[in-house]
Design a protein around this ligand. Sequence first.
Ligand code: PGA
Length: 263
Amino acid sequence: MADATRIPIIAANWKMYKTLPETEQFITEIAPLISQANAKILIAVPFTAIHLAAEKAQGTTLIIGAQNMNDATEGAFTGEVSAKMLRDAGAQFVLLGHSERRQYFGETNDFINRKVKRALAEGLQPLLCIGETREQRDAQETEDTLATQLNECLSDIEPSQIQHIIIAYEPVWAIGTGITATPALAQEAHHFCREYISQQWGPETASRIPLLYGGSVRPETAAQILAQNDIDGLLVGGASLDANSFAAIVNSVDQPVGSDEKH
Ligand code: PGA
């Protein structure tokens, strides 16, 4: 990352993993390993674990969040959870528009845009996920896809609000596949997103907004990806489930590229 005004962010996405005892064990294990970290550390846990995780994270540097929410304030929406409920349970941020939500639950950019607005209104920090599929990349549609997702998911949001949002570029073909984007490819996509944000919402917003990379990040690949100019942090799925492996990724923030001493 090039801009010293942006603090590195390392975020975990636990997906549908971890019971309450497993949550407690993870936090107990990781807390001493990341106490010196030079990054903001976010953990998106399942709904059921938010309250316990937030309680156990007190006095540590961990920030607890959720993986989804509904766009309505409240109402007859069986099975849904509101932003206010997430705040109440102890969440400080929420993942929105993850590709698994788009792919398996039919979430559209328009729906995600309503969620982003609701999260901001309720004081929850949105972590918006965008990214192209393999087919879109092969058809040279990556930039169009990213531009459309940014434009539609962030539609009607003021520049002053946009800079409170975290964006994660996660190429769908890299999520859970073991295929990490090369640092150069990731940088290219991040640079495009920052330029696009600059055009739409101004250079000041673009220079402040944190852009994270996600997709099969491992302790071995983290430092090289983090070394790219427009990459301010990482969103980690599989490798965030183990305290040692996630701590190694968090601690790679200060690791010189090419060194494997902490691996
Ligand atoms: P992965 O998941 O690290 O397991 O590829 C990333 C994500 O889904 O956010």
